[in-house]
Design a binder for this molecule. Structure first.
Ligand code: ATP
Length: 489
């Protein structure tokens, strides 16, 4: 898919109630977006797909919903106050601000597109080293060496690279003197770590076990781009899997495979995904990999899988003074109980908004339909049926003679199980096209024959095939076609 089509996807998302720019009547708020009536349904369904795969399908993974506000010490322990920053650079002519590492990432993508794989690999390695060592002047050198110009001014007149902390802060407390500075969480993971013992003890969980959580995270991204790819308020779906030290290699490999399979089951195309192993690792990780998705603007991170050792729990234990240990009664090879230890952790972390974007880009299709003289382009969102915002649209052919009442009667029987949509305006052809554009997998049309013989027309979105069926069969067909089985079995 080209950048050209990407622009169409973005405007389609707005026109059909999926995603709106935040606070649009005030000309928007940078990198903040609102999900519309259809977007919220798709997002809920994607979240449910993750939740079911994690929590419902695994007896040793449980859920959690921790608060967004956390004690300020949390962020000291996690290292976010000291080190959660991005390197920024300004162009002196355009006065535009960029993330130095992203300018370099873009250059890597361009090298890859031009077939210069060696150059891309070399730059990736230099970039990884500079980022890991937090070497700001090395980043500046790379920008100069690779002759990167500002996309706006076209010049290479850059400032030095500086650090910029990404956490949003606010005040908690009634009056200024005794209020505390607190932060909006930049990741959901820490809510899981501080509750590790609460959940383990109240759930009587045995290692290995996982805690899963979805929720908002906030990052004051220096430069936000590519629609909902990089937002300042976004949603994460994270799972921390607590294990015995020494078993991390095995569990890391398992989760890497499981997460890739989960993505591929969506059916967007196996070739659209790849692993990107982190060669140079952050001090707390002993292995890390990204699952990248081939967006219209190139392969970009969709999910991260990290072997985090005992870094977080150990630091929380130190700073809080509370023991965050697990007593393992299982026996080792010598017959001795493993005893007390701080568990190691494998983390899987996927951005819901990035998953939403991958879904929208993959399912957006423009097709030529119709015969020779009446050829037209139809835009259709080919969502897996279970993820579609609206599952079934019920359309009376005309808005008189009892047809609307009949259609509403059909909806009344389905709406407990499925999100239904009623529409009586426009020709039936136009109404079908509109449902295609919303990704509705099934349309049911009520006509005059329905009034005599209780039959309706069911139309399938992808094939546009139409069938005459009895009203009594609708629920059976929908049950067969709209099922989690296809994604989760
Ligand atoms: P990036 O390198 O793209 O900034 P990251 O490595 O900082 O991402 P993580 O901290 O590993 O990201 O967060 C886990 C997941 O959260 C990412 O894989 C991504 O899907 C999502 N995510 C992170 N930042 C954003 C953002 N600003 N907007 C939307 N999703 C995000």
């Amino acid at each position: 898919m080209s950048e050209e089509i990407f622009k169409k996807v973005v405007s389609h998302a707005k026109e059909y109630g999926f995603v709106f720019p935040g606070s649009e009547i005030y000309d928007g708020l940078g990198a903040v977006y609102d999900y519309g009536q259809n977007g919220v349904e798709l997002k809920n369904n994607l979240r449910q797909y993750w939740w079911k795969a994690m929590v419902q399908m695994n007896e040793n993974i449980v859920g959690l919903d921790a608060a967004i506000f956390m004690h300020p010490k949390t962020w000291e322990a996690s290292g976010h106050i000291a080190g959660f920053s991005d390197p920024m650079i300004d162009n002196k002519d355009s006065k535009k601000r960029y993330r130095a590492d992203q300018l370099l990432e873009d250059k890597i993508t361009r090298y890859e597109k031009d077939g210069k794989t060696n150059k891309a690999g070399e730059l990736q390695s230099d970039l990884d080293t500079a980022m890991l060592e937090n070497n700001l002047s090395a980043l500046k050198n790379l920008i100069e060496q690779h002759e990167i110009a500002c996309p706006v001014s076209g010049t290479r007149n850059w400032t030095d690279v500086r650090q910029f902390n990404l956490m949003f802060s606010t005040e908690m407390g009634a009056n200024a003197e005794d209020s505390d500075k607190i932060y909006l969480r930049p990741e959901t993971a820490q809510g899981i770590f501080v509750n590790f013992l609460n959940v383990q003890k109240s759930g009587r969980l045995k290692i290995p076990f996982g805690i899963a959580q979805t929720g908002k995270a906030f990052r004051n991204e220096i430069i936000a781009r590519q629609f909902i790819m990089r937002m300042r308020e976004f949603e994460q779906m994270e799972m921390q899997f607590f294990i015995r030290p020494g078993t991390q290699k095995e569990w890391y490999a398992k989760w890497k495979e499981a997460r890739m399979n989960w993505h591929k089951k969506l059916g967007f195309g196996e070739g659209k995904y790849r692993f990107h192993d982190h060669v140079k690792l952050a001090h707390y990780a002993d292995a890390a990999v990204d699952i990248e998705f081939n967006y219209p603007f190139g392969f970009k991170e969709l999910e991260g899988i990290h072997s985090r050792t005992d870094f977080d729990l150990k630091n929380h234990q130190e700073l809080s003074g509370k023991k965050l240990q697990y007593f393992d009664t299982d026996l080792d090879e010598t017959g001795k109980a493993f005893g007390n230890y701080i568990p190691y952790v494998i983390e899987t972390s996927v951005g819901l908004d990035r998953l939403f974007l991958a879904t929208l880009c993959s399912c957006y299709v423009e097709e030529e339909v119709g015969k020779e003289e009446k050829k037209e382009t139809r835009v259709v969102l080919k969502f897996p049926a279970i993820l579609a915002p609206i599952k079934v649209a019920v359309l009376p052919l005309v808005k008189k003679d009892g047809l609307p009442e009949k259609a509403r009667g059909i909806i009344d029987n389905l709406k407990l199980d499925y999100n239904c949509f009623y529409e009586e305006k426009d020709t039936i052809g136009k109404r079908y096209r509109r449902q295609d554009a919303l990704g509705t997998p099934f349309c049911i049309t009520v006509d005059y024959d329905t009034m005599n013989d209780e039959s309706v027309t069911i139309r399938y979105r992808d094939t546009m095939k139409q069938e005459r069926i009895s009203i009594s069969k609708i629920a059976e067909i929908l049950k067969e076609e709209i099922s989690w089985n296809k994604l989760l079995s």
